[in-house]
Write a protein that binds this ligand. Structure first.
Ligand SMILES: [Zn+2]
Length: 766
């Protein structure tokens, strides 16, 4: 039995064999009818309209192909860096190849992390000892990885357990009020409260907690939520550049690498195990606010102790090869403009929801696009289907690729459309950067709602939310992060359903999907429809379907929220107000220009060029929001409007640099705080202004000099490679080991810069 799952025998199989054959015959009939229908069209030499292909895309939807792909992908657990994971890469690759799509695989050798041994024993005051079960029921022989936190340091601790609620700042304050001392204790934390695992562990470590056990307060009490505790994204050994083979790799003991991993041990446990600990706690009473929201039963006290916990975790960090798989449909008129669709393939366990519901959708889009190609379709712009690896460890596959291709992607990408957990239940939950709002809304009117007969997705979605509800991409929780937060590519992330109970557990299996997530795969069909149509429009529309007015409106909303928040301070929001007005004016002007060009059907060189220029403005405007310096303390994150806040508890989920400055300001003197906050406001204003200027056609330079530039030491012999010249100058005062490292690093930076120039000359993606 490949899947250790609860009993499903009393449930009907969702499609019987007869139904399969029936559907298969229907499909064959439909296919030939369509072919006959189209062959009539192909007699006319004129180019078929985009509408024809959009309609053909919609009419080629099937639920059984999606179900078949998902079944294949979830036959075995396929954790990144393992053999079964390589098999899923080959499955995706051969699927693309069987459709005659141009296919390639990009490998990276990166640092991953796996568990070797873990144990938690409870020592009761009466002398009795109890070992907790740390794995999930039925796991022993299935190849599912034991529950663990990737990159947690190895080691043992012995101490009293203390309940920390979500591990937020305010939780420690509440404990402090009750006189609870957490130093030297083992923290028990429930997941939630908007903090990442890394943030929870780091906050606990800062208070002297020696280890953390995390559980999910869930209806699936036996499941254990695996996850990464690394901070940031990408291969820890190649921060900021592509981790290619024979490229630069930092050492494991490099301080830059070390600071990505927590300093204390952590492990996920089931709610059943957490209950055993929490029921034995004495000490201060648990705050009422915590108790009333807990599913898990407890003694009503937070400890510490009196029981003692003995906790051991041993893991290994090792280099592993990860595979990104691509299919490319080359554009006919603008091959150097890319529309990217991406989804990760690696999973903690079987990954039926996370992420292979999305992979099934990606494979089905490939099938349907291949069908369009057979009908004569050739998109205007290039479409790239991307299947990422090692997302679960920290968006590693996508980040390495974006870093390696930064220049090409930055200058040629129209949009990045991400789908991770495509289907986890009912309800449509899209997130986008705001220039997509109109397009997305329009497309939901073309797709049938999966849960109500005769309704469009749009009708059901807007009824459920009393209007259009689109989230923004502030969290760093899937592969859009490198594209948007690092490269400034307009991005989308689509979900059906939310907060599924088997998240990152061994129960995220095909059976769960068939019994709970999407029994008839109609939700899969809906997501696939929206995703595929978005890409088709972006690849086909002569004028890119972006509208920046909703972006300006969104920024105005943010400004209003800030006005309330900063009331009474001497901080001026005027720079943001003024820049937003500029953006709104530019957006309006662009819309008018687009309208004129859409009406103009001329195909002369001049009109074609005018369209291309306008499209460039629409495409590059998002890059304006990037700031070269990035967020303070996290310079890799360059987007000034969307990105991670240092303090996950901050109320503001936009303008991350400003949110961080406001969080930090509480500990500073009043003069200082205003200066820093005001500086962040100016940086945001300049970013919005850059976006406005780009929309109006003033193109930005995003390149930095690596070959020519000033040396710090004017007497230096070298009047080229300034960074290297400076490193050599500095090296005289250093010990020999250090000096070599810094010079070698500068040599790598120059090599990567020359490589970027070479790639740009060839207009090449790896
Ligand atoms: Zn995922």
């Amino acid at each position: 039995m490949p899947q250790p799952y609860y009993n499903v025998s009393n449930k009907m199989l969702f499609i019987s064999k007869q139904t399969w054959s029936f559907l298969f015959i229907l499909f064959i009939l439909a296919f030939f009818t369509t072919l006959l229908h189209y062959s009539h069209h192909t007699n006319t030499p004129a180019h078929k309209s985009s509408h024809f292909y959009l309609d053909s895309f919609l009419s080629s939807a099937t639920n059984y192909t999606l179900a078949t792909y998902l079944r294949h992908l979830t036959l075995h657990p396929h954790l990144a860096g393992t053999l079964p994971s390589l098999h899923t890469a080959l499955y995706v690759k051969s699927h693309f190849q069987s459709l005659n799509l141009q296919t390639h695989v990009t490998n990276y050798t990166v640092l991953l992390s796996y568990p070797l041994f873990s144990s938690v024993t409870l020592h009761f005051p009466n002398g009795s000892v109890l070992s907790l079960t740390l794995s999930e029921p039925g796991l022993s022989s299935t190849g599912v990885v034991k529950p663990y936190h990737a990159y947690s340091p190895s080691g043992s601790v012995y101490g009293k357990p203390v309940f920390l609620n979500y591990g937020r700042e305010m939780d420690y304050i509440a404990l402090g009020v009750h006189g609870v001392k957490v130093k030297g204790c083992v923290g028990i934390v429930r997941r939630g409260g908007r903090l990442s695992r890394n943030e929870v562990v780091e906050k606990a470590a800062a208070r002297g907690v020696t280890a953390v056990l995390m559980f999910t307060d869930s209806e699936f009490a036996g499941g254990v939520e695996r996850g990464t505790v690394m901070s940031g994204v990408g291969d820890p050994l190649s921060p900021g550049w592509g981790g290619v083979e024979n490229g630069e790799k930092l050492r494991l003991d490099d301080p830059i690498v070390m600071q990505k991993f927590p300093s204390i041990h952590s492990l996920p446990i089931s709610m059943i195990s957490a209950e055993t600990i929490l029921k034995s706690l004495e000490g201060a009473e648990m705050p009422y606010e915590w108790r009333k929201s807990m599913r898990c039963s407890t003694s009503g006290r937070v400890g510490p102790g009196p029981i003692m916990l003995n906790f051991t975790y041993e893991g290994e960090r090792k280099m592993a090869t990860v595979q990104n798989v691509f299919a490319v449909i080359r554009g006919s008129e603008e091959p150097d403009r890319f529309v990217l669709l991406g989804n990760h393939r690696d999973a903690w366990t079987y990954g039926a929801v996370d992420p292979n519901s999305g992979t099934a959708a990606l494979l089905d889009i490939a099938r349907r696009y291949a069908l369009l190609i057979r009908l004569g379709w050739n998109p205007r712009r290039t479409i790239i289907l991307c299947s990422w690896d090692a997302e679960e460890f920290g968006m590693i596959g996508s980040t390495e690729w974006v870093e390696q291709n930064l220049l090409t992607l930055g200058s040629k990408s129209v949009a990045y459309l991400n789908v991770d957990c495509a289907v986890q239940g009912p309800g449509f939950f899209p997130s986008t950067t705001p220039q997509f709002d109109d397009l997305l809304t329009e497309i939901t009117k073309k797709v049938n709602d999966p849960d109500s007969e005769g309704m469009t997705l749009y009708e059901r979605w807007t009824a459920a939310n009393r209007g259009i509800r689109i989230q923004r991409l502030t969290a760093v929780d899937s592969d859009f992060a490198p594209f948007l937060h690092h490269a400034g590519v307009p991005s989308v992330d689509l979900y059906y359903g939310k907060d599924f109970p088997v998240y990152h557990t061994a129960f995220d299996s095909y059976n769960w999907m068939v019994n709970f997530g999407d029994p008839f795969f109609q939700r899969h069909v809906a997501v696939t429809g929206v995703w595929g149509l978005l890409a088709l429009r972006l690849a086909e529309d002569p004028i890119l379907p972006f509208n920046y007015l909703p972006y300006a409106a969104e920024l105005q909303d943010y400004n209003r929220i800030l006005t309330d928040l900063l009331e009474g301070s001497n901080i001026s929001l005027h720079p943001i107000t003024a820049a937003t007005q500029q953006l709104a004016a530019a957006a309006k002007q662009t819309l008018e220009e687009a309208k004129k060009l859409k009406e103009d059907e001329a195909t002369d060189e001049h009109t074609v060029l005018k369209r291309r220029i306008l499209n460039d403005q629409l495409m590059f405007a998002e890059r304006g929001f990037l700031d070269e310096e990035g967020l303070q303390g996290r310079p890799w994150f360059k987007h000034m409007v969307y990105g991670p806040r240092n303090d996950g508890e901050s109320e503001l989920d936009f303008f991350p640099g400003l949110a961080n400055a406001i969080s930090r300001s509480s500990g500073l003197k009043s003069g200082e705080h205003n200066a820093e906050t005001q500086h962040e406001i100016w940086r945001i204003a300049r970013a919005i202004q850059r976006a406005a200027h780009t929309l109006k056609g003033i193109v930005l330079s995003v390149l930095r000099m690596q070959v020519y530039g000033p040396r710090n030491d004017g007497e230096n012999e070298l009047d080229f490679f300034p960074g290297l010249a400076n490193a050599i100058s500095r090296s005289s005062g250093l010990k020999s080991g250090e000096h070599n490292a810094s010079i070698q690093h500068e040599i790598w930076r120059i090599a990567r810069a020359i490589q970027r120039a070479a790639h740009a000359l060839k207009c090449e993606l790896t």
